[in-house]
Structures are given as structure tokens and as C-alpha cells.
Design a binder for this molecule. Structure first.
Ligand code: FAD
Ligand code: DLZ
Ligand code: SF4
Length: 507
């Protein structure tokens, strides 16, 4: 009897486990553009366009390869609004023996699918998503009994498991981590190769017209749209990164320039996360670049760590800790998200630039997300629910399994230090050192207090004062609290006063 194979919008890999479990000669592949998925948050227009175009291209590739594909195009009036509707209706049409699907990336869908066995007249078979280096069970076994779940130790396990950048039992070069070499500020005259861009074909043009018509009230610029939408194109993005930008990726990984939104980053998160590119392909291409002498070890190790370390680690943490993780708010942050996160209407040039980049490209690189936008959200005490929703909406690579641990764990310290050994908090000096934002900002980065002072300066100390009880026992913050204590009461009152004035105006 034929089976029904459901493929989700972030499962666009010909090697996906559900297809490996299928029989091309009789099974039917189901794909659906759905209101539930475009609407569970109001995604950036470019993200919807990327997913719909990539899904349509993938469906065509499957058809060409001999699969029978039942594809539901987006229709706002359709009674088929979510995956349960789509599967129920397809079961009625095809009467399959089984529904087969690779486990979804997000908890909310795993919950939805767990009810299918009761409502469908046939069996449901969930396959592991084997596109990751570690299974969720492997991560749980690693985490078992550990008080702290540091990415670095998990990453070393992954290096040993895969043999990537290993010489026997030892890391290539003698060190596991070359992060200390990867913090160079941007220097004058840097030549940064432009990102790989693609002209929309007819399928993408149709999708762009649909997104313009149906999602015009969503955040973000739809045009110009130049994402890769097929696996071949995504591979081209990876190849050009490896050849042109990887050699400098490490050194300038944390650097920010107002006119260079893409820096030396890879711009592949969009494609890794929807399945057009495999993480194994990405890390082996980087490793090959090191062994063939075309990229230095600090760059290659740094890049591999992001994918083999961070990406795997946040996924493991997500599945280990959901659904509680989503409710955590260790610092009791309550402030609503300021409107400039949408409008970019702020005099703080760093924030303005990062929001503008985000709106234009559905992309900002890691340090913009972490040390500008995230740092502000942390220092200003923005509520985790609002911050999480924003990050899930605005980036075309955002899926809850990767977004939530980065936001609640890395940025907001909402998990109380499960992910990060201390909050990633910084004053204006950090942003000034790592970017060119401050030189033409209305605020003065070197000024600590008063109406012209950089708000990050007093917000930083105010944050430490406000959360003293929860943070001052952290050994990594001991020196900072000693510096704060040396400031004396008057100075601390001035800080609190400036911060209160600023924060009051925010809301
Ligand atoms: P590069 O800098 O070139 O890195 C290469 C790859 O490494 C990325 O494509 C990504 O797959 C992986 N990677 C790097 N850092 C991380 C990380 N911290 N966690 C997981 N994977 C990582 N990444 C997402 O894929 N989706 C998200 O929704 C997302 N939200 C984030 C929210 C915040 C607050 C922060 C601080 C980070 C977030 N990241 C997210 C991680 C990271 O910023 C992006 O993966 C990266 O900017 C994507 O651009 P790139 O492909 O050019 O990455
Ligand atoms: C993100 C997204 C969007 C916008 N639309 C669809 C869609 O219409 N159909 C679909 O199958 N998937 C879509 N996706 C991706 C899913 O939201 C994603 O598969 C889940 O969040 C699981 O990670
Ligand atoms: Fe941002 Fe402060 Fe620099 Fe202005 S001075 S760009 S607010 S860090």
C-alpha cells in the first residue's frame, strides 16, 4: 500500500530521512504552503518568499526525479490552514497505509503531530532528523549529571566523534579553540567580497507577487530579493564563501562596519536551516580549505565550531529543555519592545544600522544580533517573550530551535546561566572598538553620563546594579562588581538617574 510522505518547509533535502524511508514508485510526497506557518509569527517578507520559492523548486526537483508530489499552494481562503488539515485532506485523497514524516524542528509542531495517531485512520511514522551530527538523545546523555552545559565541552565531543580537524585523539594545531585570534576590530581598507546573489527566476517572481499581495503588512523589504532558492545555488554560496571570505572569517568574525552588513560571514544559515545545504558539506569544505592551505586554522576552526559546536549545542539544549525553556525569565525582565526595533527610528547609530540591515536583508550577522541588538535588550530589561518573537520574525534563518536558546540563553540570560557562564553585557566601548558606528553617532561613546553620553554606558552599570543580588556571586563578574563599588554612591546614583530617564522615555 502506498504511503504519504510529508515534507516540511525546512526539510528540503533529497536525503531527508522521510524520503529514505519511502518508495518512489508508489508513495506520494505532500508539501503545503500554510497559513499556520506563515502566521504563527508574522515572518519577514523575505523569509516567506525564500521558503515558498525553495519549496516550489524542491517539489519540481522531486517530480523530475520521478516522485509523485501533491503540492498545496498558498491560498488565504483555503480550508487547509495547518499541517493537520493538510495531512487529513491528503489522507482522504490518497488513502495511504501510513503517513511518514521526519521529526519537525519546532516543539509546537511536535505537539501537533503527537495528536495525529488519534485523528487519522492510518498509522503515523516519525523518522529522526539525521541531518544533525548529534541526535537529541546523544545530547541528553552528554548533559546528564552536568551542572553546567558548556558548549566548549560538547564541541570537543563532536570533534572527537566526527574526526573533524583531529590528528588521532588530538586537535589539529594542538588547541581546540582559536577564539582568542578571532576578535580583531575592523581596520581601514578592508576589502570584503560581496555576497553571492541570484536573479529571481519565474518561480521566484510568482512567489514574490504572492508575498507582496498577501503579506504586505509583514515586517521587512521584499525587494531586492536575491537569495539562493535551490540546493545548487546554496552550494554556490558556500563555495564562494570558502574561496573568498573564509580566510578572513576568523580574524574579523566580531567586527562590524556600517556599510558592510555581510562582512566575512558565510550567509548560509538560511540554507542550512531549510535543508538546501547540509552542515556536513559546509564543515568538510572548510576543513578541506585548511588542509589544502587556502585558509588559516583560526578561521577554519572558528567556522567549524559555529556549525559543529554552537548549532548542534543549541538544538540539543532546545529539545532537552522545552517546553519550560520558553517560559524562563531569570532576570524578571518586563519592559515591552521599543518601537524602534521595527522602525529603526532611534538616534543610537549602532541600533539604527542593525535594524535597518535587518529590515532590508532579513539578515544581520552574529555580533550585530548579540552585542548590539541583544545587548540592548538585555540591558534595557526587555521581556523575553517580546524579544524572542522579534528575532523569530525578522531573520530569514530563524526557527525556534535555534533562535530561542540564542535569545533566552545567550542574549537575555533568561535561563540563569545554563548556556552562558555570564551575561553578554557590554558598554559603548566594546561597540566602539569593534565597529565604525560611534564616530557619527549623536551620542558620545566616551561620555559616561548626561544627555549626550552613550546610553550603553550608563545602562551597562545600571544593569549590574539592578541585578546585583543575582549576579555578584558569579566569579566572572567579581572584578566588575569591585570596580562598581569603587565608584561610590554619588556616581552610582547618577548612573541610576540617567538610566531611569532613558528607559522611561523608551516606553
Ligand atoms: P556565520 O557567522 O557565517 O556562521 C556560520 C554558521 O554557523 C551559521 O550559518 C550558523 O548555522 C552557525 N552558527 C553560528 N553561530 C551560531 C549560533 N550562535 N547558534 C547556532 N548556529 C550558529 N542562527 C540561526 O540559524 N537562526 C536563528 O534564528 C538565530 N538567531 C539568533 C539570535 C541571536 C540573538 C543570536 C545572538 C544569534 C542567533 N543565531 C541564529 C546565530 C547566528 O547569529 C546566525 O546563525 C548567523 O548570524 C547566520 O549568519 P551566517 O550564516 O552568515 O553565519
Ligand atoms: C517558516 C515556514 C513558512 C513561513 N511557511 C511554511 C509553509 O507554508 N509550509 C511549510 O511546510 N513550512 C513552512 N515554514 C517552515 C516551518 O515553519 C517549519 O518546518 C517548522 O517551523 C519546523 O521547524
Ligand atoms: Fe551606539 Fe553608543 Fe556608539 Fe552611539 S555612541 S553608536 S549609541 S555605542
Amino acid at each position: 500500500m502506498a504511503n504519504l510522505i510529508l515534507i516540511l518547509g525546512d526539510q528540503l533535502s533529497p536525503q531527508i530521512s522521510s524520503l529514505k524511508a519511502a518508495n518512489k514508485s508508489e508513495d506520494i510526497v505532500l508539501m503545503a504552503e500554510l497559513r499556520s506557518e506563515t502566521g504563527y509569527v508574522k515572518h519577514h517578507k523575505k523569509k516567506i518568499a525564500l521558503l515558498f520559492s525553495a519549496m516550489r523548486h524542491f517539489a519540481d526537483e522531486l517530480t523530475t526525479a520521478g516522485w509523485q508530489v501533491d503540492y498545496h499552494r498558498f491560498d488565504p481562503a483555503s480550508a487547509c490552514t495547518n499541517f493537520t488539515d493538510a495531512v487529513q485532506q491528503a489522507v482522504n485523497r490518497h488513502n495511504p497505509g501510513k503517513v511518514i514524516v521526519t521529526k519537525p524542528g519546532e516543539y509546537r509542531l511536535a505537539e501537533e503531530m503527537s495528536g495525529w495517531a488519534d485523528v487519522l485512520p492510518c498509522a503515523v511514522s516519525l523518522c529522526e532528523d539525521d541531518r544533525f551530527f548529534a541526535t537529541t538523545d546523544e545530547f541528553a546523555a552528554w548533559a546528564e549529571g552536568r551542572k553546567q552545559l558548556r558548549m566548549e565541552y560538547f564541541y570537543r565531543e563532536m570533534r572527537r566523534k566526527t574526526g573533524l580537524l583531529m590528528q588521532g585523539d588530538e586537535p589539529v594545531g594542538g588547541q581546540w579553540n582559536y577564539d582568542a585570534d578571532n576578535r580583531q576590530p575592523p581596520k581601514d581598507g578592508l576589502v570584503i567580497p560581496p555576497p553571492t546573489r541570484f536573479t529571481p527566476d519565474d518561480i521566484t517572481k510568482d512567489v514574490l507577487a504572492l508575498v507582496e499581495a498577501e503579506f504586505s503588512d509583514h515586517f521587512g523589504d521584499l525587494q531586492p530579493f536575491d537569495f539562493a532558492v535551490t540546493a545548487d545555488q546554496a552550494r554556490q554560496v558556500l563555495d564562494e564563501f570558502i574561496a573568498q571570505r573564509l580566510p578572513q572569517f576568523g580574524s574579523y568574525q566580531d567586527a562590524m562596519l556600517a556599510d558592510e552588513p555581510f562582512m566575512f560571514h558565510a550567509h548560509i544559515g538560511f540554507y542550512l536551516n531549510c535543508g538546501l545545504l547540509s552542515p556536513l558539506e559546509a564543515v568538510t569544505a572548510a576543513e578541506h580549505a585548511y588542509f589544502s592551505g587556502s585558509a588559516p586554522l583560526n578561521a577554519v576552526e572558528g567556522f567549524i565550531r559555529q556549525i559543529l559546536g554552537w548549532r548542534e549545542y543549541v538544538r540539543g539544549l532546545y529539545w532537552l529543555k522545552m517546553p519550560e525553556y520558553k517560559t524562563l525569565n531569570h532576570l524578571n525582565a518586563t519592559r515591552p519592545l521599543p518601537s524602534f526595533f521595527w522602525t529603526a527610528d532611534t538616534d543610537m547609530r549602532c541600533l539604527k544600522t542593525c535594524v535597518q540591515d535587518t529590515r532590508k536583508f532579513a539578515y544581520a550577522h552574529h555580533i550585530q544580533r548579540l552585542m548590539v541588538l541583544g545587548n540592548f535588550a538585555l540591558l534595557a530589561g526587555l521581556h523575553p517573550d517580546e524579544v524572542n518573537e522579534w528575532y523569530l520574525i525578522v531573520y530569514a534563518d530563524a526557527y525556534e530551535w535555534v533562535e530561542l536558546p540564542n535569545v533566552s540563553g545567550m542574549v537575555l540570560y533568561a535561563d540563569g546561566g545554563l548556556l552562558a557562564s555570564k551575561p553578554y553585557a557590554a558598554g559603548g566601548a566594546y561597540i566602539d572598538r569593534m565597529s565604525d558606528y560611534c564616530s557619527s553617532c549623536r551620542y558620545k561613546v566616551k561620555q559616561k553620563n548626561g544627555p549626550d553620553a552613550c546610553p550603553f554606558n550608563y545602562l551597562y552599570w545600571d544593569f549590574l546594579i539592578r541585578h546585583r543580588e543575582k549576579l555578584n556571586k558569579n566569579p566572572r563578574l567579581g572584578m566588575i562588581y569591585r570596580t562598581l563599588d569603587k565608584m561610590g554612591e554619588d556616581k552610582q546614583n547618577t548612573i541610576r538617574h540617567d538610566a531611569a530617564l532613558f528607559l522611561d522615555k523608551l516606553s
